[in-house]
Write a protein that binds this ligand. Structure first.
Ligand SMILES: C[S@@+](CC[C@H](N)C(=O)[O-])C[C@H]1O[C@@H](n2cnc3c(N)ncnc32)[C@H](O)[C@@H]1O
Length: 262
């Protein structure tokens, strides 16, 4: 386990991030993270879904508009308010994964993309809450920042850019990083049966350089990237595919786990 520190703490980071961008449109691309993995988990419209840490709502809105019974929670008020304003029919509320208000066994599915690595304390309790609100046989799909070369490089680049622009990085908690084995063990300890852990390049390291981005992504537009995925040019994709083919555990930036409650 490795901890990433930045100049603003995690809650300040998410408040600023969701304050800066509008609510997401429903995600469109089913071949990329996170919708690809949500679809592998929610294989039928046969029970209630909780999206914990729904953020700007791309997954929440996708399932809501597709006719599923989905509830979203996030601990950042501004994200919840933006979602309510864009679609008042959404079931979305402020909530914290370490202490959910829902009764035991309320949900058949729980989706949590990029959520648990935001917890400096209470990670085991959060996964315990996940198990509690799921029904027996219920499935969870969760992603976690990987502890590997890719995220060490990203942290180094971020620190270097900050230093160049005169900022100090400070020691505010930003994110946890886990190896594949540590991530699986976290869920096994809470009683889950882990079905798969996949190395995924949510945002490829090469996307950080405009040269390797797809033509329509040269000028960064976060909303476009969140709906379409972080698209690379032909050359960028070729290089990224090679890295992921030969060293997936070192060049993914997250792991995606699918597990069920026995
Ligand atoms: C990486 S974002 C992912 C957003 C969304 N799931 C997606 O994939 O587009 C992680 C989200 O977790 C939320 N979050 C962080 N800690 C949380 C907590 N303790 N309880 C609930 N939400 C939290 C953040 O506010 C943020 O919206």
């Amino acid at each position: 386990m490795r901890v990433t520190y930045r100049h603003a703490n995690n809650k300040e980071y998410w408040t600023r991030r969701w304050g800066d961008i509008p609510a997401d449109v429903p995600m469109q691309n089913k071949t990329v993270y996170p919708l690809k993995y949500a679809e592998q988990t929610v294989t039928a419209n046969d029970g209630a879904i909780l999206e914990a840490g729904c953020g700007a709502g791309r997954i929440l809105r996708y399932y809501h508009e597709s006719g599923y019974d989905i509830t979203g929670i996030d601990f950042i008020d501004v994200a919840v308010e933006k979602l309510r304003a864009v679609d008042p029919t959404l079931k979305v509320e402020t909530g914290d994964i370490t202490q959910l208000r829902f009764a035991d066994a309320s949900f058949r599915y729980l989706l949590a993309f990029g959520l648990y690595h935001n917890l400096e304390h209470g990670l085991a309790e959060a996964v315990g809450e996940t198990a509690r609100v799921l029904q027996s046989g219920g499935r969870v799909c969760a992603s976690f920042r990987a502890d590997n070369i890719q995220t060490r490089l990203t942290d180094w680049l971020t620190e270097r850019r900050a230093r160049k622009s005169g900022k100090t990085m400070g020691k505010a908690f930003h994110k946890m990083n886990l190896t594949r084995r540590e991530f699986a063990a976290l869920f096994e300890r809470a009683g889950f049966v882990v079905e798969s852990v996949s190395p995924v390049e949510n945002m490829p390291i090469l996307y950080k350089f405009a040269f390797f981005r797809a033509r329509t992504h040269k000028v960064f537009d976060e909303n476009r990237a969140r709906a379409e995925g972080y698209r690379l040019s032909g050359l960028g994709q070729l290089l990224q595919d090679a890295l992921m083919r030969f060293l997936p555990d070192q060049f993914c930036n997250i792991y995606v786990l699918i597990a069920h409650k026995p």
